[in-house]
Design a binder for this molecule. Structure first.
Ligand code: ADP
Ligand code: MG
Length: 392
């Protein structure tokens, strides 16, 4: 993967357009987490410090195209951005015919999803967005899997296109897990359903040295391997696919270590008694809600011996403490291993936070769908566009 990075582009005196992901949660006009705004600051400061005039584009929510809605306005984001940059950031509503941008100052354009043609990647719109400045910086990895005017089209239309610092960090993590991993490469894929992660499991099972499955996914694999899983969450339709993934992995010498013990309960509730059972001793009226302590210790050892670890999806119903030990042990092992570690997925990040490990992974991807598509082995449209423009 070869893309031009923003720090290789001379920005002095230039007008630079940034596509950021400032899609923050807003409740009653107030931002409830400004994480995404803070994440964009280093790229914007970099350009401002070099005397560039900065124009920022972002989406927020899912408004109807072509219609302004106050609810999805970036107004609260402009205010917060101004605070974080120590300089007021004006919000412009009509910007397609040009923006009054000044060197060393930052301007925010209203929600790109208000623009007709954004979703369908209209070439006319993409050209107008690109023409707002001299350089187009794609810095919103979380939208890189969508070929839209501001995410893909504008990169192709821009005079110069490059990746921002945030985007570059995500691409670096992707390279280190999928293209040039330090071996052994171990992936932990947990969560509730095989169906939502089938392509991830298929792709990773062809690349990794070990694939640890957890959660409802492990239940489906256990059932496919012939174990009784009682009333556990599992997917009957995916037994065949799970059996095939195990067989394919085994055929290429990769291992998918299944749990040897599990935590079961009659109900998924905090007041329901939790029992540790050998994996072949699950009763018909019980559900598997976590891996057992022997399995957790085994997984922790594998994580400690790996060269690269990718983690997506908790290995148990960790929101309830009696079913959280497996995920806690995995989180701690990811935090302490010498391996290069990448964690992605809303619930996995919540688990890292719950167990006090969030600052201990090498990279935490907040890119959601885009991160999963990377694990599926797909080339993201915006990344492909950046690659195509690497020498422009
Ligand atoms: P992520 O957001 O990290 O990608 P998912 O959304 O795929 O993860 O899955 C997280 C959910 O899976 C959690 O709500 C968790 O409670 C649930 N889960 C994990 N293990 C089990 C299990 N054995 N039975 C039922 N639900 C489970
Ligand atoms: Mg989730």
């Amino acid at each position: 993967m070869r893309v031009r990075l923003m720090n290789d582009v001379d920005m002095k005196g230039k007008t630079v357009v940034f596509r950021e992901d400032l899609n923050v949660p807003v409740k009653d006009g107030r931002i409830t987490s400004d994480k995404r705004i803070r994440a964009a600051i280093p790229s914007l400061k970099y350009a401002l410090d070099r005397g560039a005039a900065v124009i920022v584009l972002s989406h927020l929510g899912r408004p109807e195209e072509g219609v302004f809605s106050a609810e999805d306005s970036l107004a609260p984001v402009a205010a917060r951005l101004g605070e974080l940059l120590d300089s007021p950031v004006p919000l412009v509503r009509d910007y397609l015919d040009g923006v009054d941008a000044r060197p060393g100052r930052c301007v925010l354009c209203e929600n790109v999803r208000f623009l007709k043609g954004e979703k369908k990647n209209s070439p006319e719109l993409a050209a107008k967005l690109a023409a707002l400045g001299d350089i187009y910086v794609m810095d919103a990895f979380a939208t890189a899997h969508r070929a839209q005017a501001s995410t893909e089209g504008a990169i192709r239309a821009a005079r110069t296109a490059c990746a921002g610092l945030l985007m570059a960090a995500e691409l670096d993590a992707v390279t280190r897990i999928l293209h040039e991993p330090a071996r052994p490469l171990l992936a932990i894929i947990g969560g509730s359903k095989v169906s939502t992660k089938l392509e991830v499991l298929e792709n990773l099972s062809r690349r990794v040295d070990q694939l640890i499955v957890g959660g409802g996914i492990a239940n489906t694999f256990l059932k496919a391997a012939g174990f009784e899983v009682g009333t556990s969450l599992y997917e009957p339709d995916l037994l065949e696919a799970s059996a095939r993934i195990m067989a394919d992995a085994a055929a290429r010498g990769a291992s998918i270590p299944l749990p040897v013990d599990v935590v079961t309960s009659k109900r998924l509730a905090s007041d329901s008694v939790a029992e540790v059972r050998a994996v072949d001793a699950v009763r018909p009226d019980e559900m598997i809600l976590d891996i057992g302590p022997k399995t957790a210790a085994d997984f922790a050892r594998r994580i400690s011996e790996a060269g690269t670890v990718v983690w997506n999806g908790p290995v148990g119903a960790f929101e309830i403490d009696s079913f959280g030990n497996g995920t806690k042990v995995v989180a701690e092992a990811v935090a302490t291993t010498g391996a290069y570690t990448v964690v992605g997925g809303g619930d996995s990040i919540a688990a890292l936070e719950k167990y006090g490990c969030s600052d201990k992974a090498n990279y935490i991807s907040t890119a959601g769908g885009a991160f999963l598509e990377v694990l599926e082995g797909k080339t993201l449209p915006a990344v492909a566009a950046l690659e195509a423009r690497a020498d422009s």
